[in-house]
Ligand binder design. Structure first.
Ligand SMILES: NC(=O)c1ccc[n+]([C@@H]2O[C@H](COP(=O)([O-])OP(=O)(O)OC[C@H]3O[C@@H](n4cnc5c(N)ncnc54)[C@H](OP(=O)(O)O)[C@@H]3O)[C@@H](O)[C@H]2O)c1
Length: 288
């Protein structure tokens, strides 16, 4: 991985931090995205220590719930990283109550689906110029049984915290399929994976009961390092150099749910996601 440039979101904790440490130890140059300066600085120090060779870690601060912030992040990455070999869309969260972002988008959808969608699109040209390159998205087996509510995209009629989270993880797989289709012939691959149940900060933001639930699940959960293994493999292994549009867990291809394999749904989601990002795109153009 020497001289490979890897950008990873959600690298201040959990699976993203463990993956960044492992990739740095393999000799990659890491660039990490965090939303909090102190947590990002601490994560950067941990990743540098894991690299163990006076490595540098580039840090970027962005709140992925805001499309303006994602656009600023992409512009900064393009300015600071002349080469980008791997983009890892890993940041994600679940919210127990419905909340709207500054763009008027339901928060879980904004962070888990629209942020990877927009960031990948804005960095695509740089990835193509750096080809062979890879895009990896952290999805989840929680997508099983979920449906994209195209007639209620902000979940105004149907919000349930876990259900909404599952819908965004289905969106991660559909996004990967459609992205891979659009990238055919470019030497840029797009894959996603399920890390299994991992002991991280996930779902620790939804009150005492949920927090207690996650503590009870802890003995059944994997360590972040184990949860990050498939991510690290997808970023580094020659075995998947020419594999694209696939859902993995434990380093094996797995068929996702029937809805996740529906190419028409994937196309429709892509078009709707473009529309959901269009308003912030027009504002960004007007400002420049
Ligand atoms: N843990 C599991 O069992 C499990 C299972 C399947 C899939 N996953 C997926 O794994 C991915 C990583 O989650 P994790 O389990 O490692 O949880 P985690 O420990 O809570 O880490 C989540 C990361 O995402 C970042 N993040 C969240 N909201 C953000 C925002 N608005 N802007 C920027 N960064 C934001 C967090 O930053 P802060 O440090 O600032 O909070 C943190 O670095 C997620 O996509 C999740 O859906 C997890």
């Amino acid at each position: 991985m020497n001289n490979k440039q890897i950008l990873i979101t959600g690298a201040t904790n959990g699976i993203g931090l463990a993956a960044a440490e492992a990739l740095a130890a393999l000799g990659a140059n890491l660039a990490i995205v965090g939303r909090n300066k102190t947590r990002t600085r601490i994560a950067s120090a941990r990743i540098r220590a894991a690299a163990g060779r006076g490595a540098t870690v580039a840090t970027f601060i962005a709140d992925l719930s805001s499309q303006a912030s994602v656009r600023r992040l992409a512009a900064e990455v393009l300015a600071r990283c002349p080469k980008l070999d791997v983009l890892v869309n890993n940041a994600g969260a679940m919210y127990g109550t419905p909340q709207l972002t500054e763009d008027g988008i339901e928060l879980t959808w904004a962070v888990n689906h629209l942020a990877p969608f927009l960031l990948s699109k804005l960095l695509l040209q740089r990835l193509k110029e750096s080809a062979p390159a890879r895009i990896i998205t952290t999805a989840s087996q929680a997508h099983q049984g979920a449906h994209i509510q195209f007639d209620d995209l902000n979940a105004e009629r149907s919000f349930r915290g876990f259900g909404r989270y599952c819908e965004t993880k289905l969106a991660n797989i559909l996004f990967t399929t459609e992205l891979a289709r659009r990238l055919e012939g470019t030497e840029v691959t797009a894959n996603c994976f399920h890390p299994r149940l991992v002991a991280t900060g996930f779902n620790r933001n939804n009150g005492l009961l949920m927090d207690l639930g996650m503590t009870i699940l802890r003995p059944m959960s994997r360590s972040p390092a184990k949860g990050a293994k498939t991510l690290v493999w997808l970023a580094t292994s020659p075995d998947v150099a020419n594999v694209s549009g696939v859902y993995f867990f434990d380093q094996e291809q797995r068929p996702p749910s029937p809805e996740a394999q529906d190419t028409e749904t994937a196309r429709r989601l892509w078009e709707i996601s473009e529309r959901q990002c269009a308003v912030s795109g027009r504002s960004a153009k007007a400002r420049s």
